[in-house]
Design a protein around this ligand. Structure first.
Ligand code: COA
Length: 301
């Protein structure tokens, strides 16, 4: 593959909110949420997003040698505690990375981590490293009186250290403009979603994107990691394209572009990425979608 996962880590999360928390404030139920989404609990952060992203990256425990090899730092987010400077610029200093690197924030909504991965592959030369972080504090943009979004979106941050390899890279990215189905308007301040339409979009576009990449790559995939938006979407795609799908949405809900990064971190912690061919696929606001294949490092840590 064109990118090797060297390390993955996530923010340490300490305070989870189960579905019963919402029963007290909204016309909803644990049963409805579990059945329709697969979500059981989620994390809401009391820390600013810059700190969340920093902690996720610090948990990679980067060595000085690794830091020197990083040529690119991308933080994917729909927005945080800073507009300027970018989170990436802040983290360059806080993490002690080299000065001569490109560091920027990327907003492709929930497709951001896959988009950042694809950009990293196209920017790096073989042997160079990129740090791609997905960090979201969606609780800042959630209307907790709106049951159609409050139970779905949550906070999280994950970080991944990639190395560019000489092998071929397979990817697919797309945008289908939408100003209605999934929005976060600055003058409204809240995420709004027409869930059924987004569901329809995800289940029609994602299988096609994944199949396109699989056809081009023509290789066995050991692990499919999709954006954790809804368990039913993952199950739907798994039925169409059978394979080994990872899901952790029950623990974290939908953390937008942090979700795939956190899934990688969970699996890295269990040493379940090593030597694996991994397909990443994201979709979300824009509307946008993206798929690519990366590989877990072979070496024994
Ligand atoms: N609790 C209880 N009832 C709820 C509810 C909640 N939190 N949210 C909506 N409902 C109600 C609706 O009002 C509707 O009631 P009605 O039949 O009386 O009109 C009913 O449940 C069914 O709503 P519907 O929107 O059709 O449900 P759904 O099966 O499509 O599930 C989502 C809703 C949001 C879970 C689902 O559409 C979804 O996951 N969509 C994709 C979202 C997504 O992936 N977003 C992120 C993209 S990055």
């Amino acid at each position: 593959m064109g990118l090797i996962i060297k390390k993955a880590a996530k923010l340490k999360m300490d305070k989870f909110y189960d579905n019963f928390y919402f029963e007290k404030m909204l016309d909803t139920s644990n049963e409805w949420i579990v059945k329709r989404t697969g979500i059981e609990k989620r994390f809401f952060s009391e820390k600013p997003l810059s700190q969340m992203a920093e902690e996720a990256a610090e948990n990679l425990k980067l060595t000085d040698e690794e830091k020197k090899k990083i040529r690119l730092l991308i933080v994917s987010t729909v927005g945080g505690d800073f507009i300027v400077p970018s989170l990436a610029a802040i983290l360059q200093g806080r993490l002690g990375l080299e000065k001569e690197i490109l560091a920027f924030d990327l907003n492709i909504a929930c497709t951001g981590f896959v988009g950042g991965t694809i950009l990293a592959e196209s920017y790096l030369r073989a042997g160079e490293y990129a740090l791609v972080i997905g960090a979201e504090k969606l609780s800042n943009f959630t209307n907790f009186k709106d049951r159609t979004t409050a139970i779905i979106f949550a906070d999280g941050a994950g970080a991944c250290l990639y190395e560019k390899s000489k092998e071929k890279f397979y990817k697919d990215l797309g945008t289908i403009s939408d100003e209605k189905f999934l929005t976060l308007k600055s003058d409204e301040g809240y995420l709004k979603m027409e869930g059924r339409e987004v569901f329809r979009f995800a289940t029609s576009v994602m299988p096609k994107s994944i199949e396109k990449v699989l056809k081009r790559a023509d290789q066995k995939i050991d692990l499919f990691i999709l954006h954790q938006a809804n368990e039913r979407i993952i199950n739907f795609i798994e039925k169409k394209i059978p394979g080994n799908y990872y899901s952790n949405i029950k623990n974290y809900a939908n953390t937008s572009s942090a979700s795939i990064a956190m899934a990688l971190a969970d699996l890295y912690e269990k040493d379940s990425l090593r030597g694996k061919n991994i397909l990443l696929a994201g979709f979300g606001g824009g509307l946008t979608y993206g798929t690519c294949i990366v590989r877990g490092e072979n070496e024994i840590r």
